[in-house]
Design a protein around this ligand. Structure first.
Ligand SMILES: [Zn+2]
Ligand SMILES: [Zn+2]
Length: 363
């Protein structure tokens, strides 16, 4: 899942602790190994204060939070006989209650509690919508300044934060449900305000995360649709923002990966190639950072790998060689240790690719 919250830029302006801790450099690895990886990383650190007593730091204290996934309860379920409550997906992995250790005889849906939790989420929505509707003449550019004094966390950021916690704890249905709400919100805003860059980039990022959820649930068809839609919104954003360019190229690669594993190599190549072009354009236009060069190299390797598999051996060799030349030209500063490790592992992968094929006779 994309590690940087797409709403990080609309966090409270006075929130000094708001910062990105995600690390671009390690987001993805080279070639084959990279394909099945789990994207890891941390969301923006935001410290909300909630009138409901909900505390994002110590989730255990929140009456609406699940102790296992550390996110808001989803399909609240009560253990019998101890009555402790968790998400259904979370507690179903346990035989004993994680809080009190009692044997779980059975699990019962707690629909009353879930109704309260759902109303709690809606509460955040109402606060936002009443503010927006109060001022119909609100300028597009002012949108991001809507801050909820009493809730202290923009609804989109809140939902994404909950979704990322749930996703990390493998409660994918919960994550997907929060993201769906969030995507719905943004689509409504898009209708009202038109395709602003901010809305398109947010929706693109959220749809990408929904693609991750569907992929984790094994629903390849839906995952492909979400990643494609994610890419289509991110393409609308005219930007030099590296984070958006990176998210776009990753969404395209994810479609490519899914097509690849589905055996659709031509389809995979087409998406890897689009991703490669996005990354190439990015280093054409701006002074490129080493991590952007590495992104281009990884894309070259993905395209070349497919070329090899569909029998375009000469094109594949050219691709691998171009990637190696780019890597060789890359100079890293001594503090960029993580990048250097990545550079070496990609280089090794590429050299193996070239070495692998040489002894083979021509078909
Ligand atoms: Zn849970
Ligand atoms: Zn218990």
């Amino acid at each position: 899942m994309t590690p940087v919250c797409p709403f990080v830029k609309v966090a409270r302006p006075d929130e000094a602790s708001s910062k990105k801790v995600g690390d671009n450099q390690n987001k993805h690895q080279s070639g084959q190994e990279g394909k099945a990886k789990q994207e890891s990383g941390e969301s923006a650190t935001i410290s909300p204060k909630c009138p409901f007593g909900y505390d994002s730091q110590s989730f255990k204290l929140g009456p609406f939070s699940c102790m296992i996934c550390q996110a808001l309860l989803f399909e609240s379920s009560k253990c019998v006989p101890c009555s402790h409550v968790y998400c259904k997906a979370c507690i179903s992995r346990f035989k004993d209650c994680p809080l009190c250790g009692a044997d779980i005889e059975k699990i019962e849906a707690d629909t009353n509690l879930q109704t309260v939790v759902d109303r709690f989420i809606e509460g955040h929505a109402r606060i936002k919508r009443s503010q927006v509707n109060k001022d119909q003449e609100e300028a597009v550019g002012e949108k991001k300044t809507v801050i909820y004094e009493d809730v202290s966390l923009e609804r989109g950021a809140f939902l994404v934060q909950q979704a990322m916690r749930a996703f990390r704890a493998h409660n994918v249905e919960s994550a997907k449900s929060r993201l769906s709400l969030c995507a719905e919100d943004i689509r409504e805003q898009l209708e009202r305000m038109g395709s602003t860059s901010e809305l398109c980039s947010q929706l693109g990022a959220v749809l990408g995360m929904m693609g991750d959820c569907c992929r984790a649930l094994g629903d390849v068809g839906a995952a492909v649709s979400y990643f494609e839609e994610s890419a289509s919104f991110l393409k609308k954003v005219q930007t030099d923002d590296l984070e958006i360019i990176h998210t776009l190229s990753v969404s395209l690669n994810k479609v490519g990966d899914l097509k690849y594993y589905d055996g659709d190599l031509q389809g995979a190549r087409s998406y890897y190639f689009q991703s490669l072009n996005v990354r190439r354009d990015a280093i054409k236009n701006t002074a490129s950072s080493p991590s952007q060069i590495l992104d281009v190299v990884v894309s070259l390797a993905k395209v070349a790998d497919v070329d090899r598999n569909i029998g375009n051996e000469d094109v594949a060799i050219d691709g691998f060689q171009e990637a190696i030349r780019l890597l060789d030209s890359l100079t890293l500063k001594s503090e960029e240790v993580g990048l250097e490790q990545r550079r070496l592992s990609v280089l090794e992968f590429l050299k193996n690719q070239l070495a692998e094929k040489q002894p083979d006779p021509a078909p």
